[in-house]
Design a protein around this ligand. Structure first.
Ligand SMILES: Nc1ncnc2c1ncn2[C@@H]1O[C@H](COP(=O)(O)OP(=O)(O)OP(=O)(O)O)[C@@H](O)[C@H]1O
Length: 547
C-alpha cells in the first residue's frame, strides 16, 4: 500500500482537490436530509434553528452544490487514477524491455497479458476509490461527529463508535478474512489466460493428436476453479454488506434510545432529537464506502503484488546506456564459462574463440549442446559466469546495448512476423529504409517474386495471410530483414533449416555475396549451409573443438 501511495506523490495537489471537494460534497448531501428534518420540525411547531423557508433555500443551494462538488471530486479523482495507470504501464513496459529477451522467454505470456491489461486496470480502484474515500470519510465523519457532539456529547460519542466499527473494524476484519481469496483469484485468472493462449497457439497439435476434448475439459475445469474463487469473494462481499447494514441500523436505534432518554430528562428538546437521528442516519455514506472498499482492495493488492513482482525482477543483463557507435572488428571469447540458472550442469566451459573481422564461422554440434546459447552470449542476451566476451578489445558488458544491437543482426530458426504489412515487418531491420532498399533486400533473400504474387504486394498485411505463409517464406523474410539491417556481424541460427535445397543454395550464394566484408557466425546442422564458412568450430563435451 505504501508503495502504491508513493507513486501518487507528484499528484498530491490534485488529490487535495479531490479530498476537499469530496468532503464538501458529502456535507452538502447530509445537510439536505438534515435540513429537511428541520423544515418539517418547523412546520409541526417544534423549536428549530431555521424556519421552513430558510431551510428550503439552503436545501436548494446544497442540492446544486452537491452536484457540482461531486463532479469535481470524481473528475479530479479519475484524472489522478488514469494518469497513474499510464505511469504504471510505462514502468511495466520499461521493466519488460529490460527483462527481454532472456527473462521473458521463460514467462507465461498469458500471465503477462493479464498483468499489463486487467491487473493494472484494477489499480484504478485504489487510486480513484480508495485513498480519497478514506480521507473523505475521516474528515466528513469528524465534522458530523463534532456537530452531533455540540447537540449532545452522547450523540458525538455514539457517532464516533459506530463510524469506527463501519469504517475501520469491519473493513480490517473483512480484508483479514479474505485477503487470500483476491490473490488466488488473480493468479487463477492469469493461469486460465495462459492456458487458453497456449491452447490457441498449439491448436494444430491439439487437433492432430485428438487432444481437443481433453483441452476443453481442462479449460472448463479452469473456468470452474475461477468461478469458485469468485464465489468465495462474492459471498464474502455479501456478508460484509449485511454486517455493515445491521451495524448502521443498530447505530440509529442506539441514537434513538439515547435521544428519548435525554429528552425525558429534559436535557434536549424533541427537535434536537430528530435532527440528531436524521443527521447520524444520513452520514454513513462515506464510511460505508470504506467497508465496501475492502472487497475491492483484496483484488487491488493482489494486482499490485503481481505488478511489483515484474517491476522488481532483476534483468538477466544490465542494459548499458549510451549513444556511441561500436566498431565491430574482432570478437574474442576468453576462458568463458556459462550455466543457466536452475540447471545443475555447466553448459559451456573453457570456451576460447577468436573471430576476425570478415570471418565466416560455422558452429556445429549435437542438438542441445549449447550452440544457440553461445550465440546468445555473443549477443549478450545472457552474461557469462566466468571469463569474458570481448568485441574489439571491449568487454561486451561495457558496450552500450543500442550499439551492440545495431552492429549485429540475427536470423533465427523461427522468424516472427508481426500482424502488420510485409513492408513494416521488414522495416524492423531498418526503420528508415526506402522502398528500393526493401526490394533490393528481398531480391537478395529470394523472396521478392513471392511478395509480388500477394494481393497487395509489399503492403499485404501478414495477419491476412498469417498461417498461409510457409516456414520457408517466413525464413526468407527474416533473411531479407537481416540484409536490410546491414550489420557488421550476421548471426545465423539454422537460417536455412526450413528451406529446400534450391532456395538454400540461392540464399547461401546471396549471403556469401552480400557479406564479403561482414563477419558471419552460423549454426547449422546442414553441411551444405556451413560450406560457405571458412572456419568450423565444434561444440563437444561442453567446450569447443576446432577439428
Ligand atoms: N533459458 C534457458 N533456461 C534454462 N535452460 C536453457 C535455456 N535455454 C536453453 N536451455 C538449455 O540449454 C541447453 C542448450 O540449449 P541450446 O538451445 O543452446 O542448444 P543447441 O545446441 O542450440 O540445440 P539445437 O541444435 O537443438 O537448437 C539445452 O539443454 C536447453 O534445454
Amino acid at each position: 500500500m505504501s508503495r502504491l501511495i508513493k507513486i501518487l506523490k507528484p499528484l498530491t495537489p490534485i488529490m487535495m482537490i479531490t479530498i476537499s471537494f469530496g468532503v464538501l460534497g458529502f456535507l452538502a448531501a447530509i445537510a439536505i436530509t438534515t435540513l429537511g428534518s428541520i423544515a418539517i420540525g418547523d412546520i409541526i411547531g417544534l423549536n428549530m434553528k431555521f424556519s421552513f423557508a430558510e431551510a428550503t433555500k439552503i436545501i436548494i443551494v446544497c442540492a446544486i452544490l452537491r452536484g457540482i462538488l461531486r463532479y469535481i471530486e470524481q473528475y479530479s479523482g479519475h484524472y489522478i487514477a488514469f494518469k497513474i495507470l499510464a505511469i504504471l504501464r510505462d514502468k511495466v513496459y520499461k521493466a519488460l524491455r529490460k527483462l527481454a529477451p532472456s527473462k521473458l522467454e521463460t514467462k507465461e505470456k498469458g500471465n503477462l497479458i493479464s498483468v499489463i491489461t486487467s491487473d493494472i486496470e484494477l489499480l484504478e480502484v485504489f487510486y480513484a476509490h480508495t485513498i480519497a474515500p478514506i480521507a473523505i470519510a475521516i474528515l466528513t465523519s469528524s465534522v458530523i461527529a463534532y456537530v452531533l457532539y455540540t447537540i449532545n456529547p452522547y450523540f458525538g460519542l455514539i457517532a464516533v463508535v459506530f463510524y469506527l466499527i463501519v469504517g475501520a473494524l469491519i473493513p480490517i476484519l473483512s480484508s483479514k478474512l479474505g485477503s487470500d481469496a483476491g490473490f488466488e483469484y488473480r493468479n487463477e485468472f492469469g493461469n486460465t489466460n495462459s492456458f487458453l493462449l497456449d491452447s490457441l497457439r498449439g491448436i494444430k497439435e491439439v487437433l492432430l493428436f485428438g487432444e481437443g476434448e481433453k483441452r476443453l475439459d481442462s479449460i472448463n475445469k479452469n473456468s470452474d476453479k475461477l468461478n469458485e474463487k469468485l464465489e468465495v469473494i462474492k459471498e464474502h462481499e455479501g456478508l460484509i454488506r449485511a454486517c455493515t447494514d445491521i451495524t448502521i441500523m443498530i447505530a440509529i436505534l442506539v441514537t434513538l434510545f439515547a435521544g428519548v432518554e435525554l429528552f425525558k430528562s429534559n436535557t434536549i428538546d424533541l427537535g434536537q432529537v430528530i435532527v440528531a437521528i436524521v443527521l447520524l442516519a444520513s452520514s454513513f455514506g462515506p464510511t460505508v464506502a470504506l467497508s465496501n472498499l475492502s472487497n475491492n482492495l483484496m483484488h487491488t493488492f493482489a494486482c499490485a503484488q503481481r505488478l511489483f513482482n515484474i517491476l522488481d525482477e532483476v534483468p538477466a543483463v544490465k542494459e548499458v546506456e549510451g549513444n556511441e557507435d561500436l566498431n565491430m572488428d574482432f570478437i574474442d571469447v576468453r576462458d568463458m564459462e556459462f550455466k543457466y540458472n536452475g540447471r545443475e550442469e555447466v553448459l559451456l566451459k573453457d570456451i576460447n574463440l577468436n573471430i576476425e573481422k570478415g570471418d565466416k564461422v560455422a558452429i556445429i554440434g549435437e542438438s542441445g549442446c549449447g550452440k544457440s546459447t553461445l550465440l546468445k552470449l555473443i549477443m549478450r542476451f545472457w552474461d557469462v559466469n566466468k571469463g569474458s566476451v570481448e568485441i574489439s578489445n571491449r568487454n561486451i558488458k561495457d558496450i552500450p546495448t543500442k550499439a551492440l544491437r545495431k552492429s549485429q543482426s540475427l536470423v533465427s530458426q523461427e522468424t516472427f512476423l508481426f500482424n502488420d504489412t510485409i513492408e513494416n515487418n521488414l522495416k524492423i531491420g531498418k526503420m528508415d529504409a526506402t522502398e528500393e532498399e526493401i526490394i533490393e533486400a528481398c531480391k537478395k533473400a529470394s523472396v521478392h517474386d513471392f511478395i509480388q504474387t500477394l494481393p497487395n504486394g509489399y503492403k499485404t498485411n501478414v495477419g491476412e495471410i498469417g498461417s498461409n505463409l510457409s516456414s520457408g517464406e517466413k525464413q526468407r523474410l527474416g533473411i531479407a530483414r537481416a540484409f536490410l539491417h546491414n550489420a557488421d556481424l550476421m548471426i545465423l541460427d539454422e537460417p536455412t533449416s526450413n528451406l529446400d535445397t534450391l532456395n538454400e543454395a540461392e540464399i547461401l550464394k546471396s549471403i556469401k555475396r552480400e557479406s564479403d566484408d561482414k563477419t558471419i557466425i552460423m549454426v547449422s546442422h546442414r553441411k551444405s549451409s556451413t560450406s560457405i564458412c571458412d572456419k568450423k568450430v565444434y561444440v563437444k563435451n561442453n567446450t569447443l573443438e576446432f577439428n
